[in-house]
Ligand binder design. Structure first.
Ligand SMILES: [Mg+2]
Length: 224
């Protein structure tokens, strides 16, 4: 109770952990056959980095990188472009939980920390499915004060990353007044070491946490 400054994880905390696996990745895979035939200037330019001219081989190569989960810069760029187009066309909407939407709107200082890029985070919060009408989307960006990712702040299971964030949000003097919510105990432990107050998000589909009694548990955020 009484926290105005919150740092929020995304997957497993404000939206289902399955969103990336069940929505974003299948959307990209379904688009690949069209992508390799595309004449769109941005796509053509990104694809030229693969240096494969045959569309069939190009398609195989892209799907192979995805299947093997290769951290390839061109693949990431391509996925980012395809997802941005998907959000903008209304094909993709982020299923942020209603209680999380309400929390983000209600609290004065909301910050996001996710391993997904800041660019991807902003897209997600720009196109949030409206819980009262799924054909519509809500733009939550006006309610969010800052975004952090691995590039801006470091890995999510390292204490130093949270110290970096405290510095960015000017809370180094009173870290305990920042509440960090996540589904991952390793992230909570790192944040706790840096002095933040932490809470474990318990959501459907999340991995079972054996030592969940070590943390304050939140089945939803309506009481915060
Ligand atoms: Mg998470």
């Amino acid at each position: 109770m009484g926290f105005d400054t919150l740092l929020l994880d995304i997957e497993g905390t404000v939206c289902p952990i399955s969103f990336v696996k069940d929505v974003l990745f299948p959307h990209f895979a379904a688009e690949v056959p069209a992508i390799v035939q595309s004449t769109d200037a941005t796509i053509v330019e990104i694809l030229s980095n693969f240096q494969i001219n045959d569309p069939v081989k190009l398609q195989q190569h892209i799907l192979d990188l995805v299947a093997r989960d290769v951290k390839d810069a061109t693949l990431k760029q391509l996925q980012g472009h395809v997802w941005a187009t998907g959000y903008q066309s209304g094909q993709i909407k982020a299923p942020v939980y209603k209680d999380a939407i309400d929390l983000i709107k209600r609290k004065s200082k909301i910050f996001i920390y996710s391993s997904g890029s800041v660019k991807a985070q902003k897209l997600l919060f720009e196109f949030v499915a409206d819980p009262s009408d799924y054909t519509k989307s809500i733009d939550l960006r006006p309610f969010i004060h800052g975004y952090f990712d691995i590039n801006t702040s470091g890995k999510k299971i390292e204490e130093q990353s949270y110290k970096n964030i405290l510095e960015s949000i000017e809370m180094t003097q009173n870290p305990e007044q920042v509440l960090f919510l996540s589904d991952n105990p390793l992230e909570l432990d790192a944040a706790k070491k840096a002095g933040l107050t932490v809470g474990l998000a318990i959501r459907e589909g999340n991995a079972i946490v054996d030592n969940k009694s070590d943390y304050e548990n939140y089945l939803d955020f309506s009481q915060l």
